[in-house]
Design a protein around this ligand. Structure first.
Ligand code: AKG
Length: 345
């Protein structure tokens, strides 16, 4: 399939004013190229990260299939030393002698993806500071892209076996995804496609797999998810290489495939998540203070869903057919219309 390409522009053409107009306000994906992202651009690779923080105990997603799916949970979380995780990621497919050099925590035939956590895992938001002096100072966003400190949410180191695909999901904060090593293919879907990707009210992840499939591979099961065709028609596509920073606006759905340039290397990137500076004035009460991943929906939506579940659903579910289906459809279309009207005003 041919997708709409994500626009690209060199970092040096962006100004602080442009950051507001072309990024915060426009809320469309953009790849900012040739970004100076600090010493990590030259120092980070499998060997360096192992030396600097290889002894850190980390939790890693480990799967038997390359496409990780959060809704069907086709992966396990496994605790291991970062050095062992890196060895497994870099070793994939390399050894045919049955000795996979992964130190028993995972096998090189498995697919690994690591998303760093906070200083107190599962309590704090992720931050490079959790790695201490070893690497925290190695990465920075270029001056032109730096959001105000008051908006920063988290900074997340991500490593993965080349070839791993991460499920389609959205995040509630805005996101600068900086590629440090390797390359990455990203498909992005406008927020209007949330229903066409079958995301349930309580989730931020889609159950639809195969969105990134190449010709000849099993793709999306359109019998089960017919509306995913419309989502794919609306998709944007971007390919990131080292030094590219992709702006992923809040609520844009995205699914990602990691790639590495050299055999034995891995895909390394860093996210900087931040709450939109446009929201800063009335941010109180919008965000869930216990959200450490940036994937909890805004508080007003969560409250609204509770009312829908406890009051609206029972009333309509109790109706006999064909009234039940008719009134659900009527309600859904009036809600969509309301959303459109608000957006136009
Ligand atoms: C995100 O930034 O939310 C992603 O899904 C990116 C995942 C990755 O690049 O490893």
């Amino acid at each position: 399939m041919v997708f709409r390409p994500v626009p690209r522009r060199p970092c040096e053409t962006l100004t602080r004013d442009g950051l507001w107009t072309d990024i915060y306000r426009l809320q469309e994906p953009l790849i900012i190229t040739q970004c100076p992202i600090g010493p990590c651009a030259s120092t980070w690779d499998a060997q360096y990260l192992k030396q600097q923080c290889g002894q850190k105990e980390v939790s890693v997603h480990v799967a038997e299939e390359r496409s990780l799916n959060f809704v069907n949970r086709n992966f396990q979380y496994r605790l291991m030393k970062l050095a062992d995780a890196i060895d497994c990621m870099a070793a994939r497919g390399e050894r045919s002698d049955g000795q996979d050099g992964c130190n028993g925590t995972a096998a090189s035939a498995q697919w690994l993806s690591y998303r760093a956590l906070g200083e107190r895992p599962y309590k704090d938001v992720a931050s490079l500071q959790a790695f201490g002096k070893a690497i925290e100072g190695d990465f920075c966003l270029p001056e032109e892209l730096r959001p105000p400190d008051s908006c920063l949410f988290s900074t997340v180191l991500r490593l993965a076996t080349p070839g791993v695909r991460l499920w389609a999901h959205y995040d509630v904060p805005d996101n600068f995804l900086a590629q440090v090593k390797g390359t990455k293919r990203v498909l992005l879907f406008p927020p209007t496609q949330v229903g066409n990707l079958y995301i349930r009210p309580q989730d931020s992840s889609s159950p639809v797999v195969g969105l990134l499939s190449a010709e000849g591979e099993a793709g999306v099961d359109f019998d089960k998810y017919p509306r995913a065709r419309a989502a794919l028609d609306a998709a944007w596509e971007g390919c990131l290489s080292a030094g590219d920073v992709l702006f992923i606006p809040a609520l844009w759905l995205h699914t990602v495939e990691m790639r590495a340039l050299d055999h034995g290397d891995l895909s390394i990137s860093v996210n900087v998540f931040f709450h939109s500076p446009l929201l800063i004035e009335n941010k109180a009460g919008l965000f869930d203070g216990k959200d450490i991943y940036g994937n909890k929906d805004l508080v007003p939506f969560v409250k609204a869903m509770k009312t829908v579940d406890s009051q609206v659903m029972p009333l309509l579910r109790a109706l006999p057919e064909p009234y039940r289906q008719f009134y659900f459809t009527k309600l859904a279309s009036s809600l969509e219309e309301e959303g459109r009207t608000q957006a136009d005003t």
